[in-house]
Ligand binder design. Structure first.
Ligand code: ZN
Ligand code: ZN
Length: 348
């Protein structure tokens, strides 16, 4: 089969590899669609990921496929089933798993290798994080289950309620999925965007308002215009993983508001908040990492019901041969959305 191999920074090679065979408890799927993600572009640029992969290694973690072979003992799916698997699975036994906080599992197994014709899913994913795709759902849409699951968990932890104003700092695919889900919960998503194209996509992703500008100061002005006397937003979601937006987030919150640190910053990033206003104004600083099998299942329902429409985020599909070019274009910010990768030539 043909599969992408990440060799290092800006080096992805399409290699020929034996088609995997499932061992006990494992399955092999035919990858019907995979999607590129901001994390893939970051890994492509840096050549590694602290938690998820170490090159040379298979690459790609957002996928939907059809079960092609099942290993001994697998009972929950059969050949021919359309499925989505999580890109991780928790152990189910550690203290965090027992507490229901599976994203913090002491032994989270990660899966990569979606940019390939066929993909082996390990026993733990098959047992704990494999979900049937509702009939009729396009595999390209189903492949977005992972990023939507991350967003559902972030919104749940930020406890976004109907009617609240939610400022989203970050207008990449994740920031805009936040906008769509916040709108679906009858709250008011406001997206900070730096380019007209991001602003336009944000509106198509149901942002009620877009603050288009170079400086975050415009976000302060906008909230005062919208609600005179109001100091800030009910919830501020940092979805860029950047120093500037992380630094600015607490000051954009109203008294009693919540800041959700969703974007993962580089380890060397430092910010300087004074604890005084956080204390006297009771501003909560929250954070959310990754997802859990429960959020992956909920995400598939959200996509199947059309509650979040990722259509505006999708770029033109490519085959495996177009992957490097797509990642380069994402790194140069020429592409803002997600690129569907269809590993099998049409009709094959
Ligand atoms: Zn992703
Ligand atoms: Zn665990």
């Amino acid at each position: 089969m043909r599969a992408a191999l990440l060799r290092g920074a800006r080096q992805v090679e399409i290699v020929s590899a034996p088609r995997p065979e499932p061992g006990p408890g494992e399955i092999v799927i035919r990858v019907d669609a995979a999607l590129t993600c901001g994390t893939d572009a970051k890994v492509f640029r840096r050549g590694y990921h602290a938690r998820m992969l170490e090159p040379p290694c298979p690459f790609g973690h957002e996928y939907a496929g059809t079960v092609a072979a099942v290993g001994e003992g697998v009972r929950n799916v059969s050949e021919g089933d359309a499925v989505v698997g999580g890109n991780s699975a928790p152990c189910g036994r550690c203290d965090y798993c027992r507490e229901g906080r599976a994203a913090l599992c002491d032994d989270l197994t990660f899966v990569n290798g979606a940019f390939a014709e066929w993909m082996l899913l390990p026993r733990r994913v098959v047992a704990h994080n494999l979900h049937a795709i509702p009939r009729g759902l396009d595999p390209i849409i189903a492949a977005a289950t992972e990023p939507v699951a991350c967003v559902l968990k972030g919104i749940e932890m930020a406890d976004v309620r109907a009617g609240e104003s939610v400022l989203i700092l970050g207008s990449g695919p994740i920031g805009l999925i936040f906008a769509a889900e916040v709108a679906a919960r009858s709250a008011h998503p406001v997206v900070f965007a730096r380019t007209p194209i991001a602003a336009e996509t944000a509106r198509r992703m149901r942002a009620h308002d877009v603050v288009l500008g170079e400086s975050l100061a415009a976000c302060h002005e906008r909230v005062r215009e919208a609600a005179p006397g109001r100091r800030g937003y009910d919830v501020v979601i940092e979805a860029a993983g950047a120093e500037e937006t992380t630094q600015a987030a607490p000051a954009l919150c109203r008294k009693g508001g919540r800041v959700m640190l969703f974007g993962g910053c580089r380890a060397d990033v430092r910010v300087t908040w004074s604890p005084a206003p956080l204390h006297y104004d009771e501003i909560a600083i929250l954070s959310s990492f990754h997802h859990t099998p429960r959020h992956v299942a909920a995400s598939l329902d959200v996509l199947a019901a059309g509650r979040v429409d990722i259509g505006p985020l999708l770029e033109a599909p490519v085959g495996l041969d177009g992957l490097t070019d797509a990642l380069e274009r994402m790194c140069s910010r020429e592409l803002r959305g997600k690129v569907p990768v269809l590993p099998h030539p049409t009709g094959a």
